[in-house]
Design a protein around this ligand. Structure first.
Ligand code: SF4
Ligand code: ZN
Ligand code: ZN
Length: 298
C-alpha cells in the first residue's frame, strides 16, 4: 500500500476517501480537513478564542491539539464529575492536566464535589437517568464558562460517527427539535454560547490514526455508566452500511447539513423563560441544573 500523495509506503488507508497516507501526508490530510470544516462553517474568526470541553477521551484531546496548532487561542475546560468507580474521574483529570501542561494550554477545572458537595453518582436517583443528568450538568457549566471568558465559541469533540448516529436516531423518532440542532455549528443566542464541532466530518479511524501519529494518549478508564449508551445500535447499522459503501456515513451527514435549515422552527417546545436562580434560559421557573445542584443542597 502506497501513499496517494508521495508513493512512499503508507501507514493508513481510508476507503471513504479512496486514499492511503504516509505519516507526513496523514498529518497534512487531517489538519487540512479540519481547517476546511472550520472555514466552511465559519466556526471561528482567525486567531479566535475558543473554549474546548476536554474529557480526556481521544476526540476532545485531538480537537484541542488541532485547534491549538491552527493558531487559535485555546482554553481547556474540564469537569471533575466525582465518579470514583474505575478511578474514572481522577484518571481523566490526570490525563487532561498533563496534556494541557505539555501543550501549553490554560486549563479551568470545575470539581463538582468541591463546588456542590456531591458528584454525579449522588444526584441521580435512578440509575437510568445518570447520563441525562450528567449531560445537563456538563452543558450548563461549559456554557457558563464560555460566556464568562467571552470566548468566540465552545468546541466539543463530536465526530462524524457521533453526528451521523444522532442524525439516524433523530430521524427514526422524527424528533424535529433535535433534527434542527444537529449541525456542526449552533450560533450564539441569548444565554447560549456559539457551539462548534470541528471534527464533525472526521471518522473514528481517522481520529485514531491522527492521535497515534502524535502520541496523544487518552484516558483508558471507562465511565461505569457508559454501558447505558443509547445509540450503539445506530452506530452498528452505520458501520455495516459503511463497510459495504465506503463514504456513505459522510455523505449521509453532509447532505443533512444542506437541508437542516428545513427543520428550524418546526419544534413544538414551550417558549424559554429565565431560571430564577441562575438567570440562564429554562423551560421551567428553576432550571434542571439548579434543581439538581443548587436547590437540593440549600
Ligand atoms: Fe456522564 Fe454517562 Fe458519559 Fe459517564 S457515560 S461521563 S455518566 S454521560
Ligand atoms: Zn506521503
Ligand atoms: Zn438555573
Amino acid at each position: 500500500m502506497k501513499c496517494t500523495v508521495c508513493r512512499k509506503p503508507a501507514i493508513v488507508k481510508f476507503p471513504a476517501h479512496n486514499s492511503a497516507f504516509c505519516e507526513e501526508h496523514l498529518d497534512a490530510f487531517f489538519m487540512r480537513q479540519v481547517a476546511k470544516t472550520i472555514e466552511k462553517y465559519k466556526m471561528l474568526p482567525p486567531k479566535g478564542r475558543v473554549v474546548v470541553a476536554i474529557s480526556g477521551g481521544k476526540d476532545s484531546l485531538v480537537t484541542t491539539f488541532v485547534l491549538k496548532r491552527l493558531g487559535y487561542e485555546v482554553l481547556g475546560f474540564f469537569i471533575d464529575l466525582g465518579i470514583e468507580e474505575n478511578n474514572f474521574s481522577s484518571q481523566s483529570r490526570e490525563v487532561v492536566e498533563s496534556f494541557c501542561k505539555e501543550n501549553d494550554i490554560p486549563l479551568e477545572i470545575v470539581n463538582l464535589k468541591e463546588k456542590f458537595g456531591k458528584g454525579i453518582p449522588d444526584v441521580a436517583k435512578r440509575q437510568d437517568r445518570i447520563c441525562a443528568i450528567c449531560g445537563v450538568t456538563k452543558r450548563h457549566l461549559m456554557n457558563e464558562y464560555t460566556l464568562s471568558v467571552k470566548a468566540d465559541a465552545l468546541a466539543t469533540g463530536h465526530t462524524l460517527d457521533d453526528m451521523a448516529k444522532l442524525l439516524l436516531a433523530n430521524l427514526f423518532r422524527w424528533d424535529l427539535h433535535h433534527l434542527s440542532k444537529g449541525t456542526p455549528v449552533l450560533p450564539e443566542e441569548s444565554g447560549f454560547a456559539r457551539k462548534i464541532k470541528p471534527l464533525a466530518f472526521q471518522a473514528e479511524e481517522e481520529i485514531i490514526a491522527f492521535a497515534k501519529l502524535h502520541n496523544i494518549k487518552p484516558v483508558t478508564a471507562v465511565c461505569p455508566y457508559s454501558r447505558e449508551a443509547k445509540y450503539t445500535r445506530y452506530q452498528e447499522a452505520l458501520d455495516m452500511l459503511e463497510e459495504k459503501s465506503p463514504g456513505i456515513k459522510r455523505s449521509f451527514y453532509k447532505n443533512y447539513t444542506k437541508y437542516a435549515h428545513l427543520f428550524a422552527g418546526t419544534s413544538a417546545r414551550p417558549p424559554k423563560i429565565t431560571c430564577e436562580l441562575c438567570g440562564f434560559p429554562s423551560v421551567s421557573p428553576v432550571c434542571t441544573f439548579c434543581r439538581t445542584w443548587v436547590k437540593s443542597s440549600q
